[in-house]
Design a protein around this ligand. Structure first.
Ligand code: ITT
Length: 193
């Protein structure tokens, strides 16, 4: 089955392809000649996932899905949340985001945080939402080089390594995105039967 995944983030694409498996061929917006940034102007993860998926569906008429992810830090009232990509700057500057997160958490003993992913699938014109959450904590200096974004600062509950110290399969087994994508995959497999 061919399906468009609304991302231009190569890390996300390979994480999601690994979870969905060979039965699904993921296309990107660029494969469909959509080169502009997909709109992401809503105030919630759900809203943004819907907005990106609808944009893609309206422009291609093809089955597609979009995800949006946020890091929700307890001591910061849920920030950066829906603003995770543009926390420190206007672009996707992972290093600057991590520096700002550490600065904002200086002196705070409550380090609890969670990653939350929402996926919006549009299949035959109908929308379906899937959610994945992983609880964990933010450490006080970066560790590891794998993954992307806030991975070097996040240790999932029950672990002693950051996501950036894990190989892709281990991160996928535990992660917010892995959990949401497995729900998506279960749904897609269930309707294939
Ligand atoms: P696309 O919109 O092109 O898919 P993006 O990087 O903006 O890529 P998201 O909106 O889903 O992806 O995520 C927002 C930010 O949250 C992202 O830029 C990272 O800083 C962070 N993030 C998302 N998933 C993450 C993960 O698995 N590990 C660490 N940080 C992550």
């Amino acid at each position: 089955m061919n399906i468009i995944f609304a991302t231009n983030n190569a890390h996300k694409l390979s994480e999601v392809q690994a979870v969905l498996g060979d039965g699904f061929r993921l296309l990107t917006p660029r494969d469909c000649a959509i080169t502009e940034e997909l709109p992401e102007t809503q105030t919630t993860l759900e809203g943004n996932a819907r907005q990106k998926a609808r944009y893609l569906y309206n422009h291609t008429g093809h089955d597609c899905f979009a995800d949006d992810t946020g890091l929700e830090v307890e001591a910061l009232g849920g920030a950066p949340g829906v603003h995770s990509a543009r926390y420190a700057t206007d672009g996707h500057d992972f290093a600057a985001n991590n520096r700002l997160l550490l600065r904002n958490l200086e002196g705070k003993t409550d380090r609890r945080a969670r990653f939350r992913t929402v996926i919006c699938l549009i299949l035959g014109g109908e929308e379906h939402l899937f959610e994945g959450i992983v609880e964990g904590r933010i450490i006080d200096q970066e560790r590891g080089t794998a993954g992307f974004g806030y991975d070097p600062l996040f240790i999932p509950e029950g672990c002693d390594r950051t996501f950036a110290e894990m190989d892709a399969a281990t991160k996928n087994a535990l992660s917010h995105r892995g959990r949401a994508v497995r729900k998506l995959a279960d749904y897609l497999h269930s309707i294939e039967k």
